[in-house]
Design a protein around this ligand. Structure first.
Ligand code: TYD
Ligand code: MG
Length: 474
Protein backbone atom coordinates (compact mmCIF):
# COMPACT_ATOMS: atom_id res chain seq x y z
CA UNK A 1 0.00 0.00 0.00
CA UNK A 2 2.27 2.70 -1.31
CA UNK A 3 1.59 6.39 -1.70
CA UNK A 4 -0.39 7.38 -4.72
CA UNK A 5 0.42 10.55 -6.57
CA UNK A 6 -1.00 12.08 -9.65
CA UNK A 7 1.18 13.55 -12.35
CA UNK A 8 0.81 14.94 -15.82
CA UNK A 9 3.19 14.07 -18.61
CA UNK A 10 3.52 15.76 -21.96
CA UNK A 11 3.18 13.24 -24.74
CA UNK A 12 5.22 15.47 -26.99
CA UNK A 13 8.35 16.12 -24.97
CA UNK A 14 8.01 14.10 -21.79
CA UNK A 15 7.95 17.03 -19.40
CA UNK A 16 6.46 15.93 -16.09
CA UNK A 17 4.32 18.30 -14.11
CA UNK A 18 2.80 17.96 -10.68
CA UNK A 19 -0.12 20.17 -11.63
CA UNK A 20 -2.79 20.11 -14.26
CA UNK A 21 -2.13 22.68 -16.95
CA UNK A 22 -3.61 23.47 -20.33
CA UNK A 23 -0.29 23.34 -22.08
CA UNK A 24 3.15 21.91 -21.53
CA UNK A 25 5.49 24.24 -19.66
CA UNK A 26 8.45 22.85 -21.50
CA UNK A 27 7.55 22.49 -25.16
CA UNK A 28 4.40 24.69 -25.10
CA UNK A 29 2.23 22.18 -26.92
CA UNK A 30 -1.34 22.43 -25.82
CA UNK A 31 -3.57 19.47 -25.02
CA UNK A 32 -0.64 17.09 -24.72
CA UNK A 33 -0.57 16.75 -20.92
CA UNK A 34 -1.79 13.30 -19.95
CA UNK A 35 -2.72 12.36 -16.43
CA UNK A 36 -1.17 9.37 -14.68
CA UNK A 37 -1.12 7.96 -11.22
CA UNK A 38 2.13 6.89 -9.68
CA UNK A 39 2.15 4.34 -6.93
CA UNK A 40 5.22 3.30 -5.01
CA UNK A 41 5.16 -0.43 -4.43
CA UNK A 42 7.39 -0.32 -1.41
CA UNK A 43 10.52 -1.80 -2.94
CA UNK A 44 11.77 1.30 -4.66
CA UNK A 45 10.04 0.82 -8.00
CA UNK A 46 6.82 2.38 -9.17
CA UNK A 47 3.66 1.31 -10.88
CA UNK A 48 2.09 3.72 -13.26
CA UNK A 49 -1.57 3.66 -13.98
CA UNK A 50 -3.79 5.99 -15.90
CA UNK A 51 -4.85 6.56 -19.44
CA UNK A 52 -3.15 4.65 -22.19
CA UNK A 53 0.46 5.60 -22.49
CA UNK A 54 2.56 5.24 -25.57
CA UNK A 55 5.89 3.45 -25.27
CA UNK A 56 7.66 6.80 -25.31
CA UNK A 57 5.58 8.25 -22.49
CA UNK A 58 6.03 5.09 -20.49
CA UNK A 59 9.80 5.33 -20.49
CA UNK A 60 9.53 8.96 -19.50
CA UNK A 61 7.20 8.08 -16.68
CA UNK A 62 9.47 5.44 -15.33
CA UNK A 63 12.31 7.86 -15.01
CA UNK A 64 13.25 8.96 -11.55
CA UNK A 65 10.88 11.39 -9.96
CA UNK A 66 11.66 15.06 -9.94
CA UNK A 67 13.97 14.57 -12.84
CA UNK A 68 14.96 17.70 -14.65
CA UNK A 69 14.74 18.24 -18.35
CA UNK A 70 15.43 21.20 -20.62
CA UNK A 71 13.30 24.13 -19.55
CA UNK A 72 12.40 27.16 -21.59
CA UNK A 73 14.29 30.23 -20.54
CA UNK A 74 11.00 32.11 -20.41
CA UNK A 75 9.61 29.61 -17.90
CA UNK A 76 12.46 29.86 -15.44
CA UNK A 77 11.76 31.40 -12.06
CA UNK A 78 14.32 34.12 -11.64
CA UNK A 79 14.28 34.35 -7.87
CA UNK A 80 16.49 37.02 -6.44
CA UNK A 81 18.80 38.65 -8.86
CA UNK A 82 22.30 37.89 -7.65
CA UNK A 83 24.60 40.85 -7.88
CA UNK A 84 26.64 39.42 -10.62
CA UNK A 85 28.00 42.60 -12.02
CA UNK A 86 29.56 45.59 -10.32
CA UNK A 87 28.04 47.29 -7.30
CA UNK A 88 27.97 51.03 -7.91
CA UNK A 89 29.01 53.47 -5.20
CA UNK A 90 27.29 56.70 -6.09
CA UNK A 91 25.54 58.78 -3.39
CA UNK A 92 27.78 61.46 -1.93
CA UNK A 93 30.69 60.12 -3.94
CA UNK A 94 29.02 60.98 -7.20
CA UNK A 95 30.75 58.91 -9.82
CA UNK A 96 34.24 59.37 -8.47
CA UNK A 97 34.79 56.21 -6.44
CA UNK A 98 32.97 53.99 -8.92
CA UNK A 99 34.95 55.41 -11.78
CA UNK A 100 38.27 54.86 -10.03
CA UNK A 101 37.24 51.26 -9.36
CA UNK A 102 36.41 50.82 -13.03
CA UNK A 103 32.63 51.05 -12.60
CA UNK A 104 31.99 49.91 -9.04
CA UNK A 105 32.88 47.07 -6.73
CA UNK A 106 33.33 43.75 -8.45
CA UNK A 107 31.91 40.93 -6.35
CA UNK A 108 33.68 37.59 -6.53
CA UNK A 109 36.38 36.61 -8.90
CA UNK A 110 35.26 37.37 -12.41
CA UNK A 111 35.89 34.86 -15.13
CA UNK A 112 36.93 35.96 -18.56
CA UNK A 113 33.32 35.85 -19.84
CA UNK A 114 32.88 32.42 -21.39
CA UNK A 115 29.39 31.80 -19.99
CA UNK A 116 28.26 35.27 -21.00
CA UNK A 117 29.57 34.82 -24.53
CA UNK A 118 27.92 31.39 -24.82
CA UNK A 119 24.55 32.60 -23.56
CA UNK A 120 24.63 35.51 -25.98
CA UNK A 121 25.58 33.15 -28.81
CA UNK A 122 22.82 30.72 -27.82
CA UNK A 123 20.21 33.47 -28.00
CA UNK A 124 21.48 34.79 -31.31
CA UNK A 125 21.45 31.31 -32.84
CA UNK A 126 17.94 30.62 -31.52
CA UNK A 127 16.62 33.92 -32.84
CA UNK A 128 18.08 33.05 -36.21
CA UNK A 129 18.24 36.66 -37.35
CA UNK A 130 19.71 35.95 -40.76
CA UNK A 131 17.66 32.83 -41.28
CA UNK A 132 14.42 34.63 -40.60
CA UNK A 133 13.03 31.99 -38.29
CA UNK A 134 13.65 30.86 -34.75
CA UNK A 135 14.64 27.35 -33.68
CA UNK A 136 15.39 25.70 -30.36
CA UNK A 137 18.86 25.96 -28.88
CA UNK A 138 19.77 24.02 -25.76
CA UNK A 139 22.17 25.55 -23.28
CA UNK A 140 23.53 22.90 -20.94
CA UNK A 141 25.19 24.18 -17.83
CA UNK A 142 27.13 22.12 -15.37
CA UNK A 143 28.14 25.20 -13.44
CA UNK A 144 25.03 27.22 -12.82
CA UNK A 145 21.39 26.65 -11.96
CA UNK A 146 18.62 27.62 -14.36
CA UNK A 147 17.71 30.46 -11.98
CA UNK A 148 21.22 31.85 -12.15
CA UNK A 149 21.26 31.59 -15.92
CA UNK A 150 17.79 33.12 -16.01
CA UNK A 151 18.85 36.19 -14.11
CA UNK A 152 21.95 36.53 -16.22
CA UNK A 153 19.70 36.36 -19.28
CA UNK A 154 17.59 39.17 -17.78
CA UNK A 155 20.65 41.31 -17.34
CA UNK A 156 21.69 40.60 -20.93
CA UNK A 157 18.13 41.39 -22.08
CA UNK A 158 17.74 37.91 -23.49
CA UNK A 159 14.19 36.63 -23.51
CA UNK A 160 14.35 34.21 -26.39
CA UNK A 161 11.45 31.78 -26.34
CA UNK A 162 13.36 29.06 -28.12
CA UNK A 163 16.24 29.03 -25.67
CA UNK A 164 16.16 25.93 -23.46
CA UNK A 165 18.22 25.65 -20.30
CA UNK A 166 19.33 22.34 -18.95
CA UNK A 167 21.41 22.05 -15.83
CA UNK A 168 23.13 18.71 -16.26
CA UNK A 169 26.55 17.18 -16.04
CA UNK A 170 25.67 13.78 -17.49
CA UNK A 171 26.45 13.75 -21.21
CA UNK A 172 24.44 10.66 -22.09
CA UNK A 173 21.41 12.00 -20.28
CA UNK A 174 21.80 15.36 -21.99
CA UNK A 175 22.03 13.93 -25.49
CA UNK A 176 19.05 11.71 -24.76
CA UNK A 177 16.91 14.54 -23.37
CA UNK A 178 17.57 17.04 -26.11
CA UNK A 179 16.72 14.59 -28.87
CA UNK A 180 13.02 15.46 -28.83
CA UNK A 181 13.82 19.13 -29.30
CA UNK A 182 16.15 18.59 -32.26
CA UNK A 183 17.84 21.89 -31.55
CA UNK A 184 19.63 24.15 -34.02
CA UNK A 185 22.66 24.03 -31.72
CA UNK A 186 23.79 22.52 -28.46
CA UNK A 187 25.87 24.59 -26.06
CA UNK A 188 27.83 22.95 -23.25
CA UNK A 189 29.20 25.14 -20.46
CA UNK A 190 31.71 23.73 -19.65
CA UNK A 191 33.45 20.60 -20.88
CA UNK A 192 35.26 20.39 -17.55
CA UNK A 193 32.02 19.92 -15.61
CA UNK A 194 30.44 17.13 -17.65
CA UNK A 195 31.09 13.41 -17.49
CA UNK A 196 30.32 10.07 -19.08
CA UNK A 197 29.19 7.26 -16.80
CA UNK A 198 31.21 4.64 -18.64
CA UNK A 199 34.48 6.53 -18.29
CA UNK A 200 36.59 6.35 -15.15
CA UNK A 201 37.84 9.45 -13.43
CA UNK A 202 36.16 12.60 -12.24
CA UNK A 203 34.73 15.40 -14.35
CA UNK A 204 37.45 17.76 -15.47
CA UNK A 205 40.03 15.01 -15.53
CA UNK A 206 41.91 14.31 -18.70
CA UNK A 207 40.12 11.12 -19.71
CA UNK A 208 36.63 12.49 -18.96
CA UNK A 209 37.28 15.72 -20.84
CA UNK A 210 38.64 13.85 -23.83
CA UNK A 211 35.94 11.19 -23.95
CA UNK A 212 33.17 13.74 -23.46
CA UNK A 213 34.58 15.84 -26.28
CA UNK A 214 34.71 12.74 -28.50
CA UNK A 215 31.10 11.89 -27.60
CA UNK A 216 29.93 15.43 -28.37
CA UNK A 217 31.88 15.50 -31.64
CA UNK A 218 30.34 12.17 -32.59
CA UNK A 219 26.88 13.51 -31.76
CA UNK A 220 27.52 16.62 -33.85
CA UNK A 221 28.61 14.59 -36.87
CA UNK A 222 25.78 12.11 -36.58
CA UNK A 223 22.97 14.62 -36.09
CA UNK A 224 24.34 17.67 -37.90
CA UNK A 225 23.65 19.66 -34.76
CA UNK A 226 26.58 21.97 -34.07
CA UNK A 227 27.98 21.64 -30.56
CA UNK A 228 29.67 24.62 -28.95
CA UNK A 229 31.46 23.99 -25.68
CA UNK A 230 33.53 26.05 -23.33
CA UNK A 231 36.55 25.13 -21.28
CA UNK A 232 39.10 26.98 -19.29
CA UNK A 233 42.74 26.61 -20.03
CA UNK A 234 45.28 25.31 -17.59
CA UNK A 235 48.39 27.32 -16.76
CA UNK A 236 50.30 25.69 -19.57
CA UNK A 237 47.69 27.01 -21.94
CA UNK A 238 45.86 23.85 -22.87
CA UNK A 239 42.37 22.68 -22.08
CA UNK A 240 42.86 19.81 -19.63
CA UNK A 241 46.39 18.77 -20.38
CA UNK A 242 47.76 17.93 -23.81
CA UNK A 243 46.46 19.60 -26.89
CA UNK A 244 44.52 16.58 -28.08
CA UNK A 245 41.14 18.27 -27.80
CA UNK A 246 41.94 20.52 -30.67
CA UNK A 247 42.30 17.52 -32.99
CA UNK A 248 38.80 16.40 -32.11
CA UNK A 249 37.02 19.71 -32.71
CA UNK A 250 36.72 21.79 -35.86
CA UNK A 251 37.21 25.25 -34.42
CA UNK A 252 39.03 26.53 -31.35
CA UNK A 253 38.36 30.06 -30.18
CA UNK A 254 40.27 31.78 -27.42
CA UNK A 255 38.60 34.41 -25.30
CA UNK A 256 41.29 36.49 -23.73
CA UNK A 257 41.34 39.41 -21.42
CA UNK A 258 42.98 40.97 -18.49
CA UNK A 259 41.35 40.90 -15.06
CA UNK A 260 41.67 44.64 -14.74
CA UNK A 261 40.43 45.62 -18.12
CA UNK A 262 36.97 45.45 -19.60
CA UNK A 263 37.91 44.51 -23.10
CA UNK A 264 38.05 40.99 -24.41
CA UNK A 265 39.67 39.51 -27.47
CA UNK A 266 38.27 36.56 -29.37
CA UNK A 267 40.78 34.82 -31.54
CA UNK A 268 40.64 31.57 -33.46
CA UNK A 269 43.60 29.27 -33.02
CA UNK A 270 42.16 26.52 -35.17
CA UNK A 271 39.53 26.79 -37.84
CA UNK A 272 38.68 24.09 -40.34
CA UNK A 273 36.35 26.51 -42.08
CA UNK A 274 38.34 29.71 -42.22
CA UNK A 275 41.54 31.51 -41.42
CA UNK A 276 43.03 31.81 -37.98
CA UNK A 277 44.28 35.33 -38.47
CA UNK A 278 41.23 37.16 -37.28
CA UNK A 279 40.75 38.79 -33.90
CA UNK A 280 37.46 40.14 -32.61
CA UNK A 281 37.52 42.86 -29.99
CA UNK A 282 34.73 43.22 -27.44
CA UNK A 283 33.93 45.44 -24.55
CA UNK A 284 32.26 43.97 -21.47
CA UNK A 285 29.19 45.74 -20.31
CA UNK A 286 26.24 45.29 -18.02
CA UNK A 287 24.35 43.89 -20.97
CA UNK A 288 27.09 41.57 -22.17
CA UNK A 289 29.84 41.61 -24.73
CA UNK A 290 29.61 44.33 -27.33
CA UNK A 291 31.67 44.50 -30.50
CA UNK A 292 34.25 47.26 -30.56
CA UNK A 293 34.38 48.80 -33.98
CA UNK A 294 37.64 50.65 -33.62
CA UNK A 295 39.86 48.29 -31.64
CA UNK A 296 43.03 50.36 -31.76
CA UNK A 297 41.40 53.02 -29.67
CA UNK A 298 40.42 50.60 -27.00
CA UNK A 299 43.76 48.90 -26.91
CA UNK A 300 45.36 52.19 -26.14
CA UNK A 301 42.58 53.77 -24.14
CA UNK A 302 44.14 52.55 -20.90
CA UNK A 303 46.71 55.25 -21.49
CA UNK A 304 44.64 57.83 -19.69
CA UNK A 305 45.62 56.64 -16.25
CA UNK A 306 49.29 56.38 -17.01
CA UNK A 307 51.71 59.23 -17.05
CA UNK A 308 52.61 60.70 -20.38
CA UNK A 309 56.01 59.12 -20.56
CA UNK A 310 56.90 55.66 -19.44
CA UNK A 311 60.25 54.03 -19.07
CA UNK A 312 60.40 50.63 -20.73
CA UNK A 313 57.31 50.99 -22.90
CA UNK A 314 57.20 51.21 -26.65
CA UNK A 315 54.30 51.06 -29.09
CA UNK A 316 54.34 48.68 -32.08
CA UNK A 317 51.98 48.85 -35.03
CA UNK A 318 50.96 45.37 -36.08
CA UNK A 319 48.44 43.96 -38.50
CA UNK A 320 46.29 41.08 -37.35
CA UNK A 321 44.05 39.75 -40.07
CA UNK A 322 42.28 42.77 -41.42
CA UNK A 323 42.93 44.99 -38.43
CA UNK A 324 45.74 47.33 -37.61
CA UNK A 325 46.50 47.25 -33.91
CA UNK A 326 48.72 49.43 -31.80
CA UNK A 327 50.32 47.27 -29.16
CA UNK A 328 52.25 48.38 -26.15
CA UNK A 329 55.37 46.42 -25.34
CA UNK A 330 56.69 46.61 -21.79
CA UNK A 331 60.26 45.74 -20.88
CA UNK A 332 61.93 45.53 -17.54
CA UNK A 333 65.68 45.07 -17.24
CA UNK A 334 67.04 43.95 -13.89
CA UNK A 335 70.72 43.63 -13.18
CA UNK A 336 71.00 40.01 -12.16
CA UNK A 337 72.74 36.96 -13.44
CA UNK A 338 70.74 34.60 -11.30
CA UNK A 339 67.09 35.38 -12.12
CA UNK A 340 66.12 34.19 -15.56
CA UNK A 341 64.21 36.72 -17.60
CA UNK A 342 60.70 36.05 -18.79
CA UNK A 343 58.96 36.75 -22.05
CA UNK A 344 55.20 36.95 -22.36
CA UNK A 345 53.34 37.30 -25.62
CA UNK A 346 56.40 37.33 -27.86
CA UNK A 347 58.22 34.43 -29.47
CA UNK A 348 61.31 33.54 -27.44
CA UNK A 349 63.61 33.03 -30.42
CA UNK A 350 62.74 36.41 -31.86
CA UNK A 351 63.54 38.08 -28.57
CA UNK A 352 66.90 36.33 -28.32
CA UNK A 353 67.86 37.55 -31.75
CA UNK A 354 66.87 41.12 -30.91
CA UNK A 355 68.88 41.01 -27.68
CA UNK A 356 71.95 39.73 -29.52
CA UNK A 357 71.57 42.55 -32.04
CA UNK A 358 71.29 45.10 -29.22
CA UNK A 359 74.42 43.71 -27.64
CA UNK A 360 76.55 43.48 -30.74
CA UNK A 361 75.41 46.27 -33.00
CA UNK A 362 74.13 48.87 -30.55
CA UNK A 363 76.72 48.05 -27.90
CA UNK A 364 74.21 47.77 -25.07
CA UNK A 365 75.86 45.94 -22.18
CA UNK A 366 73.00 43.56 -21.55
CA UNK A 367 75.18 40.74 -20.19
CA UNK A 368 74.10 39.84 -16.68
CA UNK A 369 70.71 41.46 -17.15
CA UNK A 370 67.45 39.65 -16.64
CA UNK A 371 64.99 40.92 -19.23
CA UNK A 372 61.24 40.69 -18.75
CA UNK A 373 59.01 41.40 -21.71
CA UNK A 374 55.27 41.67 -21.90
CA UNK A 375 52.74 42.62 -24.51
CA UNK A 376 49.92 44.61 -22.95
CA UNK A 377 46.27 43.77 -23.67
CA UNK A 378 46.88 40.05 -23.98
CA UNK A 379 47.58 39.97 -27.70
CA UNK A 380 50.37 37.75 -28.92
CA UNK A 381 52.90 39.59 -31.01
CA UNK A 382 53.73 37.35 -33.93
CA UNK A 383 54.69 39.85 -36.59
CA UNK A 384 58.30 40.80 -37.12
CA UNK A 385 57.07 44.37 -37.59
CA UNK A 386 57.07 44.52 -33.81
CA UNK A 387 60.84 43.87 -33.49
CA UNK A 388 61.76 47.52 -33.36
CA UNK A 389 59.29 48.27 -30.57
CA UNK A 390 60.66 45.34 -28.55
CA UNK A 391 64.19 46.67 -28.97
CA UNK A 392 63.10 50.20 -28.09
CA UNK A 393 61.32 49.02 -24.93
CA UNK A 394 64.40 47.10 -23.82
CA UNK A 395 66.66 50.11 -24.51
CA UNK A 396 64.34 52.43 -22.64
CA UNK A 397 64.30 50.22 -19.56
CA UNK A 398 68.00 49.45 -19.68
CA UNK A 399 69.06 53.06 -20.19
CA UNK A 400 66.30 54.25 -17.83
CA UNK A 401 65.28 56.83 -20.40
CA UNK A 402 61.62 57.30 -21.32
CA UNK A 403 60.31 57.16 -24.84
CA UNK A 404 58.41 60.40 -25.54
CA UNK A 405 54.65 60.13 -25.83
CA UNK A 406 53.29 59.75 -29.34
CA UNK A 407 56.12 57.75 -30.86
CA UNK A 408 55.40 54.44 -32.60
CA UNK A 409 57.93 51.91 -33.88
CA UNK A 410 57.53 49.91 -37.08
CA UNK A 411 60.25 47.65 -38.38
CA UNK A 412 61.91 44.27 -38.52
CA UNK A 413 65.39 43.77 -37.11
CA UNK A 414 68.04 41.64 -38.81
CA UNK A 415 70.71 39.67 -36.94
CA UNK A 416 73.28 42.42 -37.28
CA UNK A 417 70.99 45.13 -36.01
CA UNK A 418 69.89 46.47 -39.38
CA UNK A 419 66.28 47.59 -39.88
CA UNK A 420 64.05 46.17 -42.58
CA UNK A 421 60.88 47.50 -44.10
CA UNK A 422 57.69 45.48 -43.43
CA UNK A 423 54.58 45.10 -45.61
CA UNK A 424 51.59 47.46 -45.48
CA UNK A 425 53.57 50.42 -44.14
CA UNK A 426 51.02 53.01 -45.27
CA UNK A 427 48.18 51.33 -43.40
CA UNK A 428 50.24 51.18 -40.24
CA UNK A 429 51.37 54.79 -40.31
CA UNK A 430 47.88 55.91 -41.25
CA UNK A 431 46.33 54.18 -38.22
CA UNK A 432 49.00 55.59 -35.89
CA UNK A 433 48.33 59.10 -37.26
CA UNK A 434 44.58 58.64 -36.85
CA UNK A 435 45.12 57.76 -33.20
CA UNK A 436 47.13 60.90 -32.58
CA UNK A 437 50.66 59.56 -32.82
CA UNK A 438 53.15 62.20 -33.89
CA UNK A 439 56.22 60.24 -34.87
CA UNK A 440 56.98 56.88 -36.47
CA UNK A 441 60.42 55.34 -36.32
CA UNK A 442 60.85 53.11 -39.36
CA UNK A 443 63.55 51.46 -41.46
CA UNK A 444 65.43 53.81 -43.77
CA UNK A 445 64.21 51.76 -46.72
CA UNK A 446 60.59 52.39 -45.65
CA UNK A 447 60.93 56.13 -46.15
CA UNK A 448 60.71 55.63 -49.89
CA UNK A 449 57.51 53.60 -49.58
CA UNK A 450 55.92 56.37 -47.53
CA UNK A 451 57.37 59.30 -49.48
CA UNK A 452 54.31 60.10 -51.56
CA UNK A 453 51.71 59.90 -48.84
CA UNK A 454 50.79 62.64 -46.43
CA UNK A 455 49.84 61.66 -42.90
CA UNK A 456 48.15 64.04 -40.53
CA UNK A 457 50.94 65.82 -38.64
CA UNK A 458 53.13 62.71 -38.62
CA UNK A 459 56.91 62.86 -38.63
CA UNK A 460 58.55 59.84 -40.22
CA UNK A 461 62.10 59.05 -39.23
CA UNK A 462 64.02 56.39 -41.09
CA UNK A 463 66.95 54.68 -39.40
CA UNK A 464 69.54 52.31 -40.76
CA UNK A 465 70.18 50.31 -37.62
CA UNK A 466 69.59 50.05 -33.88
CA UNK A 467 72.44 52.39 -32.96
CA UNK A 468 70.85 55.11 -35.03
CA UNK A 469 67.46 54.47 -33.41
CA UNK A 470 68.97 54.91 -29.95
CA UNK A 471 70.68 58.13 -30.96
CA UNK A 472 67.45 59.47 -32.46
CA UNK A 473 64.99 58.53 -29.74
CA UNK A 474 66.90 58.97 -26.49
P1 TYD B 1 31.25 34.85 -16.97
O1 TYD B 1 30.58 34.84 -18.29
O2 TYD B 1 30.54 34.20 -15.84
O3 TYD B 1 32.71 34.25 -17.10
P2 TYD B 1 33.23 32.73 -17.13
O4 TYD B 1 32.11 31.87 -17.58
O5 TYD B 1 34.37 32.75 -18.10
O6 TYD B 1 33.68 32.44 -15.75
O7 TYD B 1 31.57 36.37 -16.64
C1 TYD B 1 32.29 36.75 -15.49
C2 TYD B 1 31.66 37.94 -14.81
O8 TYD B 1 31.67 39.08 -15.62
C3 TYD B 1 30.22 37.70 -14.45
O9 TYD B 1 30.02 38.30 -13.18
C4 TYD B 1 29.45 38.42 -15.52
C5 TYD B 1 30.35 39.55 -15.86
N1 TYD B 1 30.27 40.00 -17.26
C6 TYD B 1 29.47 41.08 -17.58
O10 TYD B 1 28.79 41.63 -16.73
N2 TYD B 1 29.44 41.56 -18.86
C7 TYD B 1 30.14 40.97 -19.85
O11 TYD B 1 30.10 41.43 -21.01
C8 TYD B 1 30.94 39.81 -19.52
C9 TYD B 1 31.72 39.10 -20.59
C10 TYD B 1 30.98 39.36 -18.22
MG1 MG C 1 31.24 30.26 -16.60
Amino acid sequence: KGKKRRCWVCSNCGYTDGQRRGSCRSCRSSGTMQQFTREENGCGSEKVTGCEASEKVRTWLLQRDGEVRPLRLTDVNRGLNPSEWRIPLYGPFGEEVSRVLGGGLMPGDPGVGKSTLLLQMAAIIAEGYDLGRTAPVVYVSGEESVEQIGSRADRLSIGTEELYLYPSTDIEDTLEKIRVLSPRALIVDSIQTVYLKRVAGSAGGLSQVKECTLALAHFAKKTNIPVIMSGHRTKSGEIAGPGDLKYIVDVVLLLKGDKYSTHRLLQSTKNRFGSTDEVGVFEMSQSGLEAVLNPSEILLSEEHYESEVMVGQAVAVVIDGSQTLLLKIQALCLPSSTIPGHVNGIQGRRTEMIIVALLQQAGLKLQGTAIFLNVLSGVKLTETAGDLAIAAAICSSFLELPIPYGVAFIGEIGPSGELHVVPRMKERVHTAAKLGYKMCIVARSAEKVLANSAFDGMVIIGCQNLKEVINTVF
